[in-house]
Design a protein around this ligand. Structure first.
Ligand SMILES: Cc1cc2nc3c(=O)[nH]c(=O)nc-3n(C[C@H](O)[C@H](O)[C@H](O)COP(=O)(O)OP(=O)(O)OC[C@H]3O[C@@H](n4cnc5c(N)ncnc54)[C@H](O)[C@@H]3O)c2cc1C
Length: 424
């Protein structure tokens, strides 16, 4: 089978790169083994929340110069990062993902435990806060669904009350949820969202909440609404009639899964082929050092040929990188990686400390080209969380790296074509 571009990995970076290429007229295939990090997403894409020396970042674009030279943003260059960061909201919007936020000023998102973390672009389910200290309201009604354990109302109430919001916690009891409640392990966000998606159920929930309201000016709800339809959270808020704040739950993430489904649908609508549940196993190279084809488990002897290949297979979490006691390797192409020698240097025994292994990954001298034994592979691009040089968890930069490197690689494949339609 022959394509213009084959992408390995259908997470945030692979899908965005595929959509951009496919919409520009390239024939693309994405092969993706399974779930991606976006299934576990907070609902916000982070651009840069903290510098490696611990300095908190208010303006990510200004702070770029404080990053190490081997950081994916530094390798791509400030000019490109700023340009793509500014185009990203419109680009995401054009992919059916509705976000708010600015690259030149971090907003704040509320975590499932009530902490506040810096955020760049936030899905329309959520209302980002202007500052870390901003109160969500004077008085909040925190509403859980009876029997749902992945939404910690007590943590949230404690956190909101520390900031001066008076909180009251209540539970919704819906007969439609009773079948799920018989087995506590079924009370997961996605199952709840499926029930809420049934005709009239979220409206019934909204009506119950209205009746439970006393003098509260804010309602806080778990983000378990609108698995199929992203407009449900806003409609629910309107129905309730007071400010309604959705808070991310423990995984899986309903807004994240919806985003993944929307991006896949957008890619396929544009004509792309998405092979889910298949794993790319190996690659063959041409005599001049380009990738010629890849093999997959499901295609067996049938190989996928393309002019360009994009490796978007994620980090350890998604098996884009594999660690053995002795070494770390990338299993498809065996591309060059940057990582510390000696397993003891990979991690800190204190789980809460900054972990080195998170910054290990693919070496890419220009930020997007892979190499093998120091030789750049001209038609092999590498994007997203498989890249080395950033401690995304510590810095809060994972979403930004995925989005920006995806856009950069797609444009490089399109021979540097500028995408005026996304420019402001
Ligand atoms: C649990 C978790 C939560 C996160 N939450 C956030 C957040 O809220 N905000 C934020 O900004 N960042 C977050 N991040 C950072 C995250 O890494 C990026 O935001 C981004 O989603 C990464 O996208 P990606 O496409 O690079 O990789 P991934 O999302 O990891 O996707 C890689 C895909 O490649 C597939 N794959 C791997 N190997 C193969 C193979 N051989 N063949 C075929 N397919 C393969 C995997 O199955 C997977 O679907 C989170 C990371 C993790 C691990």
């Amino acid at each position: 089978m022959k394509f213009d571009t084959v992408i390995i990995g259908g997470g945030l970076s692979g899908l965005l790169c595929g959509i951009r290429l496919q919409k520009a007229g390239k024939k693309c295939a994405i092969v993706s083994a399974g779930q991606s990090a976006i299934h576990f997403s907070s609902g916000s894409f982070d651009l840069l929340g903290r510098l490696p020396d611990g300095t908190a970042v208010e303006n990510p674009l200004e702070a770029l110069s404080g990053l190490n030279p081997d950081h994916p943003y530094s390798l791509l260059g400030k000019e490109k990062v700023c340009r793509y960061a500014e185009q990203a909201p419109l680009f995401l919007e054009s992919c059916g993902v509705h976000v708010s936020g600015e690259a030149s000023r971090n907003s704040w998102r509320i975590t499932p435990t009530g902490e506040r973390k810096p955020a760049w672009l936030t899905l329309s389910d959520f209302t980002p806060l202007e500052s870390k200290e901003q109160r969500i309201g004077e008085k909040a009604l925190i509403v859980n669904i009876l029997g749902y354990l992945d939404f910690n109302t007590k943590f949230l109430a404690d956190s909101f009350e520390r900031q001066g919001t008076k909180c009251r916690i209540v539970s919704l009891k819906l007969e439609e949820m009773e079948r799920l409640r018989k087995n506590p392990s079924e009370m997961r966000s996605t199952n709840i969202a499926r029930v809420m998606d049934r005709d009239g159920v979220w409206e019934k929930a909204a009506e119950q909440i209205r009746q439970m309201l006393e003098d509260e000016d804010t309602v806080v709800l778990p983000a378990v609404f609108g698995l199929k339809d992203g407009s449900v959270p806003q409609s629910l808020g309107k129905y309730i009639g007071v400010k309604t704040v959705f808070v991310a739950t423990m995984p899986p993430s309903v807004p994240g899964i919806r985003t993944q489904m929307n991006l896949r649908a957008e890619f396929e609508k544009a004509g792309g082929r998405f092979f889910l549940g298949d794993t790319v196993t190996d690659a063959k190279f041409t005599a001049d050092g380009n990738v010629e084809s890849i093999g997959t488990v499901n295609f067996g002897d049938i190989r996928l040929y393309a002019d360009n290949f994009v490796l978007a297979s994620g980090s350890f979490f998604s098996k884009g990188l594999i660690a053995t006691p002795e070494r770390i390797y990338e299993p498809v192409f065996n591309i060059d990686l940057d990582y510390a020698q000696g397993r003891d240097n990979w991690f800190d025994g204190n789980f809460w400390n900054r972990q080195n292994y998170i910054s290990f990954g693919a070496s890419a001298k220009d930020g997007i080209h892979a190499s093998i034994n120091g030789e750049t592979i001209p038609n092999l691009y590498v994007i997203g969380s498989i890249l080395s040089g950033s401690n995304t968890l510590y810095e809060g930069s994972g979403g930004g790296i995925a989005v920006i490197t995806a856009m950069a690689a797609a444009d490089a494949i399109l021979d540097g074509t500028e995408h005026a339609e996304y420019a402001k």
